[in-house]
Design a protein around this ligand. Structure first.
Ligand SMILES: Nc1nc2c(ncn2[C@@H]2O[C@H](COP(=O)(O)OP(=O)(O)OP(=O)(O)O)[C@@H](O)[C@H]2O)c(=O)[nH]1
Ligand SMILES: [Mg+2]
Length: 498
């Protein structure tokens, strides 16, 4: 009680002194300012202007510095350079840069190499794309009868990408790409087919009637890639002339709704023929199954291809290049993503280890876990750099402060989880307090790092509030997930230290 009164009196005195100093300061400041002003008023006008200008400039500089320090800059929108306008040199630059950092750029590079080879060969690539069993391989066989093409009644007969040579009426060298049908059981095959379609100048989308939902969305995707498209309705031998005409009209309307500017002469109805198993009855009454080739009727398709290539392959070549640059950029982005995942894992593991070692070395590991220290700052800075975020020191400090204030609540739980986790290791006997603290300390860094990884990958920027909140919300789950790993680490470090 006595102490309380003493503090009040001391505070009262302090306030009084502060006010006295403030009044004195104000008087002194006013007097000086008026003095200076009087002298300036007597002097030449130029001096007055220069002086006022200098004062204003100093004031503006002070305001700017305070603003830089206190006000958070608006989040830099991480705008990926428009993939549509990517040029070869841009993508090559990106690859070089990523390669230097340690990203595995092999797949993206392979795309550019393949493109260079295709450009050198001068051949135009046409890709037959469509759902399984629509007759893509049969169409290629009809165009190149001598080709060894696998055709089967059972869907999913083509399981890789193959190229077949063909020439159009003007002798342009054409490579026909046969790819796996989409919509089968293997999503990997769909991906393989789509990639080949992206590498080709022209896609021939093969269907066998009206489009189902999957076909419509595939076509929409291909149109988005800016691919010249020929829509081939195969197996037209199964329809009457009237049915065929109605189907063609329907396909035209469907394409319109998909936003494709596909001309009427780029929708064709053909019959690749394919093979049919026909049951033949012998004179003696026995039956045998004979495989026969149905007659092919693909004239309109040949005309459509010739027309499309009429003006030379030049403009479609440019569009194809763009599509391949995009494909390469996507592959690079995937590789970068993978690199970031591995590297951030390493960063968090190192920070966790350092935290554990620090706690083990501490004479009396306290409960005041200082995540704002060196380990926390280094980890935050390294993770931010990895995700291309450039936070101010103030943001890092704020994030660590906010997280630190949340650690208090989670500490009892963390210690309990750490203690339990250690018990799972046989032969360590009674778990010493120091070891439990070391594991708890490591676990907190592990959870902190992982929540930071998550928010950085989501926002591309360090947002202290969100990141600290993510840390708080996810800590329970992350402690459980990391305890075995961290306990093992702590035991190994302890054994080393012995
Ligand atoms: N009636 C009829 N059947 C055809 C026609 N073209 C192909 N077929 C049959 O359709 C089936 C599938 O033919 P494929 O050429 O293997 O089809 P695909 O699109 O290459 O199949 P996947 O490679 O599995 O995706 C075979 O049984 C062919 O005989 C055609 O014009 N008319
Ligand atoms: Mg096939």
């Amino acid at each position: 009680m006595k102490l309380d009164r003493f503090i009040r009196v001391a505070l009262g005195l302090l306030i009084f002194v502060v006010f006295l100093v403030a009044i004195g300061g104000l008087l002194f400041f006013t007097q000086t300012a008026l003095n200076v002003w009087d002298r300036l008023a007597e002097g030449p006008a130029v001096l007055r202007y220069v002086y006022t200008g200098a004062m204003l400039a100093l004031f503006a500089a002070a305001v700017y510095l305070v603003w830089r320090l206190l006000v958070r800059r608006p989040v830099r929108a991480v705008e990926p350079p428009s993939a549509d306008r990517l040029t070869r040199s841009e993508i090559e630059d990106r690859l070089r840069h990523a390669d230097a950092v340690g990203v595995d750029v092999a797949e993206a590079q392979a795309e550019l190499r393949e493109l260079a080879e295709r450009q050198e060969s001068g051949a135009v690539h046409l890709c037959f794309f469509g759902e399984v069993s629509t007759g893509k391989s049969s169409l290629i066989k009809a165009l190149v009868p001598e080709a060894e093409v696998r055709i089967d009644v059972a869907g999913g007969s083509t399981v890789d990408v193959r190229h077949y040579r063909w020439r159009d009426d003007r002798g342009t060298e054409i490579r026909l790409a046969d790819v796996p049908g989409t919509g089968g059981h293997d999503a990997g095959l769909d991906e393989m087919a789509l990639e080949e379609a992206r590498r080709a100048e022209v896609v021939l989308y093969v269907c066998e009637g009206d489009l189902n939902r999957a076909e419509a969305s595939s076509i929409a995707r291909l149109l988005e890639l800016d691919k010249p498209l020929i829509l081939v309705m195969n197996k037209s031998d199964r329809y009457t002339h009237e049915e065929q005409a109605a189907l063609m009209q329907r396909l035209l309307e469907r394409l319109d709704t998909l936003g494709g500017d596909v001309r009427r002469d780029r929708i064709v109805a053909v019959s690749a023929g394919g093979v049919a198993d026909i049951v033949e009855r012998r004179p003696d009454g026995s039956e045998t199954v004979v495989r026969r080739r149905r007659p092919a009727d693909i004239g309109v398709l040949v005309v459509a291809i010739n027309r499309l290539l009429e003006f030379g392959a030049e403009p479609i070549d440019v569009r194809r290049n763009r599509a391949v640059f995009r494909l390469a950029a996507e592959k690079l982005a995937e590789a970068e993503e993978q690199y970031r995942a591995q590297r951030s894992e390493q960063i968090v593991r190192n920070a966790t280890r350092r935290a554990v070692i620090g706690a083990l070395a501490a004479v009396s590991p306290g409960t005041d876990i200082l995540i704002q220290g060196y380990v926390g700052t280094t980890m935050t800075r390294e993770l931010c750099k990895l995700y291309g975020a450039a936070p101010r020191d103030l943001d890092i400090e704020e994030f660590l402060n906010l997280s630190q204030s949340r650690v208090g609540n989670a500490l009892p739980l963390t210690l309990a989880v750490a203690g339990n986790g250690l018990k799972a290791f046989p032969g360590i006997g009674t778990v010493a307090g120091g070891l439990v603290h070391a594991v708890a300390y490591g676990l907190i860094f592990d959870a902190l790092g992982r929540s930071l990884m998550l928010t950085l990958s989501k926002h591309g920027e360090l947002m202290p509030d969100q990141a600290a909140q993510e840390f708080e919300e996810g800590i329970g789950e992350r402690l459980e997930a990391g305890v075995r790993r961290v306990a093992k680490m702590a035991l190994a470090e302890k054994a080393k230290g012995r």
